[in-house]
Design a protein. Structure first.
Length: 116
């Protein structure tokens, strides 16, 4: 069976029509800050010995913020003229390049067709 790939969808609807590249760039910074805050809250839950359920909720919040950052980066790239096809080509290039760097030790074996 072929793997299903869900790509980040850029925010490009009417709400963002007037946004500039700078606006999208600043949104990436905002989302990066939210990732940092969510990470700090997760680590605080571990240090403080909070219930496992709280740690799980904070882990999911961190993952959600990471996805929001991916969407913000995708939106910025699109506003800069980088199409979905170009983004996929870039991702393939970067994955291929990283698989070969550092003597192929960046990825676990079997994680990438390029790393073996």
């Amino acid at each position: 069976m072929q793997k299903r790939c869900i790509l980040p969808h850029p925010c490009n609807g009417p709400l963002y029509k007037e946004w500039t590249e700078t606006d999208f760039f600043l949104k990436m910074l905002e989302e990066f800050d939210e990732v940092g805050k969510a990470y700090a809250k997760l680590r605080a839950a571990e240090r403080e010995g909070l219930p496992k359920e709280e740690g799980t909720m904070r882990w999911w919040k961190l993952m959600e913020e990471c996805v929001d950052l991916q969407v913000a980066a995708t939106s910025f790239m699109e506003r800069c003229g980088c199409t979905e096809a170009a983004r996929q080509k870039l991702m393939d290039y970067v994955n291929h390049h990283n698989a070969r760097r550092d003597n192929g030790l960046r990825f676990r074996k079997g994680e990438s067709d390029d790393g073996e």
